[in-house]
Design a protein around this ligand. Sequence first.
Ligand code: TYD
Length: 136
Amino acid sequence: MSICKLIDFKTLKDERGSLIALEQGQDIPFEIKRFYYIFNISKGFERGFHAHSNLKQMAIAVSGKCMFLIDNGIKKEEMYLDNPNKGLFIDGLIWREIKEFTEDCVLVVLANDHYKEKDYIRDYKEFIKKVNLYNN
Ligand code: TYD
């Protein structure tokens, strides 16, 4: 089983182009309290390198591509976001590193809580400690 679910969103296509609509409780399995986007990523830079104590997020590359390295403290996986119809649902204690951004990448993230620096775990050793506490 995958660490995080990759969700396929329905694309409404016609001769004018494509549209994707995401609704809370249907496509997004949490209450949306925050929406942020990452763009203009400098060449070669990587982001993330943290986990959250208590946060649900849905990440969507609405333009371009990037790769999420996700890690639950036991195993690691690489998930590619390369289409606006894909959403990566990150729930629970997951370390994430975001890499291989293309220049045109616009990464949208929906979250179920406001920004709280206290919720971040930015130290990998601390993350592993938390995982072990949780599993024992
Ligand atoms: P950070 O979470 O470190 O970015 P990434 O996960 O992409 O590596 O956030 C970068 C800066 O932006 C940091 O100073 C915190 C701030 N920030 C907010 O103020 N609100 C937010 O919703 C987010 C995600 C970050």
